[in-house]
Design a protein around this ligand. Sequence first.
Ligand code: HSE
Length: 418
Amino acid sequence: MDAHKQLTIGLFGFGVVGEGLYKVLQQTPSLKATIKKVCIRDPKKKRNAPAELFTTDKNILLNDPGINVIVEVIDDANAAFEIVSTALKNGKDVVSASKKMIAEHLPALLKLQQETGQSFLYESAACASIPVIRNLEEYYDNDLLHSIKAIVNGSTNFILTKMFEEKLSFRDALLLAQQLGFAESNPKLDVEGYDAVNKWTFLLTHAYGIIETPENILFTGIQHINAGDAAVAREKNYDIKLVAQAKKLNNGKVAAFVLPQFVRHDDHLAFVKNEYNGVVIESGFADKQFFYGKGAGSFPTASAVLSDIAALRYQYKYEYKKLYHHKPHELSNDFYLRVYISFNDLKFISREHFEWIEEWHAGEQRKYLVGVISFEQLKTNDWWRKHNISLILLPDPVIENIEIRKLKKKSLELAGLI
Ligand code: HSE
């Protein structure tokens, strides 16, 4: 470690996170890290920093031999990939917060890290202030990590909290999340689950060595959740959260998805409100561990960027241990999920896709059922994404292949059908 190494930063982006980092660095002079230049898109925008700090020419930063660290916090994924690739090839270490870019370009980014030997750190890209990537990298041995479930998107958690606890409308809650700097510039990315699945994509790499594209991980957001679902949740003593989950199955593969889920009040994730994120890890010997912290916002995100910058002082790199030093895991489609589905019209529900249905409820407007469906069916069919249908997983939703026959028999017996 070189405690005296001067870190000279070229910063891309001066939005919520970039400006946050600028302020945080001013308050941490002991770090010996200074921003030499900031590259921005719009030169006309008023900035709270000296004008001479800014440029719109990316090459001024990328080709400056005096800059040894590029920090990239822009929200255009393609431009971000371009910047990161060039910076690594030019011998600079890189810190990034661009989750979409990392999720979409993971194989190329892995290759670039191997080829250049430079550090590429992105702790702030998932769960902002919670050091989840470094923990998954350094602490957990592959074989012992039984499962992870997490709230990884602050905006949707904020919206759900405001809607169900403070009775705000969806629109007002979203507006507030935007005003507070939690939401993406295109909030559809938050609301429809894209941001969460992007983060889950590379968290799966650090947890299990899985390399997948976001499109191949089943996900949806909170766009279809309605007041009727909230009433059912209250009745059953649950909260509704957007949960990213991964579980090691008996077949040695991993079940992974990002879907809304009913969460029991005594579940750690029920404690996670507003823009906070939370991660519950179950491992062989430690049993359950819970990580909790702010998952969005200027300073919480900047704090993780700052921690990555500090780690460059001792040439910290992700080793991707689960990918390179262990046998990497694969995703499985071979399991079942216990789901709640609410709908207006039964004709849009593919009942034949269910293994069994254990609860029916027909209200005047809205109806719902609770049943067990194969993951494969959900993944390959999209009827549940249309016609105002809302799908929410039950707590502990994963049913393994080997359990299904026994459970089916029991459920049919209970229903008096056999
Ligand atoms: N829009 C993101 C969220 C920002 O709400 O979680 C932090 O990644």
